[in-house]
Design a binder for this molecule. Structure first.
Ligand SMILES: C[S@@+](CC[C@H](N)C(=O)[O-])C[C@H]1O[C@@H](n2cnc3c(N)ncnc32)[C@H](O)[C@@H]1O
Length: 252
């Protein structure tokens, strides 16, 4: 198990802090309070991760072992960069020979061993640029992409699901046999067609909700393990296996 979140004051800050009522809107005040009191935020600061999102990937990897032995990793929607930090570590990537390519339309501070593109992944040139920079076949494609919120829940949902779908097609196009694909999705949101495609191309497809993903959030992750390869892929006749677990929903 990953270590439980820290109790409070090792970052020099106590949990349970309140933000004074002032000019801030109540919703902004609530967001700041939640952020500064979040033990994962504090732990990320202590352990040198750029975002609390690091623990989502670490928890998923701890259970599903998707990163060990990975030689090359692609990180879609990477800013501020905590997943890329983990990926660079796992692949022992260096600036001389980067094994991790990260893309985000937001700026991202440089990271040793990570080739960063500030680019929209939906740009038609993005896949080729990523693959040229990686210089070889990836073992893992990660996507934590979430569309910028518009305030209209259904629109946001559809946009993020679209990103997940495009990322899945990309993963199927580029992964090496045995590779893994992990992508952000929403509860109840993964389209049947996308699930079928993944099930045809991967040995195992599950939905995962790591403990560090806020319970009140509809965020989930779609994990497709064991890419079958492009030869025997889509349309293949292998059995589809799905795993069931307490904190994981079968991908159906
Ligand atoms: C939840 S954050 C990623 C956090 C990251 N995994 C980490 O560990 O630091 C989602 C990111 O997806 C990016 N994003 C959303 N749509 C994108 C797109 N079309 N192309 C590139 N990046 C995108 C956003 O800019 C945002 O930075």
């Amino acid at each position: 198990m990953t270590k439980p979140p820290i109790g409070g004051n090792r970052t020099g800050r106590k949990l349970g802090q309140k933000v004074k009522k002032g000019k801030l809107k109540a919703s902004s005040r609530r967001w700041i309070e939640r952020h500064i009191n979040d033990p994962y935020v504090q732990r990320a600061q202590l352990e040198g991760y750029r975002a609390r999102a690091a623990f989502k990937l670490l928890e998923i990897d701890e259970k599903h072992k998707i990163l060990s032995g990975a030689r090359r990793i692609i990180d879609l929607g990477a800013a501020p960069g905590s997943w890329s930090q983990i990926a660079a570590n796992v692949t022992r990537s260096t600036d001389a020979e980067p094994k991790v390519v990260a893309i985000d339309f937001l700026p991202m501070d440089p990271l040793p061993g990570v080739h960063i593109f500030q680019l929209d992944f939906l740009d038609p040139t993005a896949p080729d640029q990523i693959m040229d920079a990686l210089g070889g076949t990836p073992d893992v494609v990660l996507s934590d992409m979430a569309a910028p919120t518009t305030g209209h829940r259904q629109t946001d949902h559809i946009r993020t699901m679209h990103l997940c779908e495009v990322a899945a097609h990309f993963a199927i196009d580029v992964l090496g046999p045995g590779g893994h694909f992990l992508a952000k999705t929403f509860q109840g949101g993964t389209e049947r067609e996308l699930l079928n495609l993944l099930k045809q191309n991967f040995k195992q497809v599950i939905h995962v909700k790591p403990a560090s993903s806020r319970a009140e959030s509809v965020e989930m992750f779609l994990l497709a393990k064991g890419f079958k390869g492009r030869q025997g892929g889509a349309g293949g006749s292998e059995d589809i296996s799905e795993e069931r677990d307490l904190d994981e929903a079968p991908a159906e």
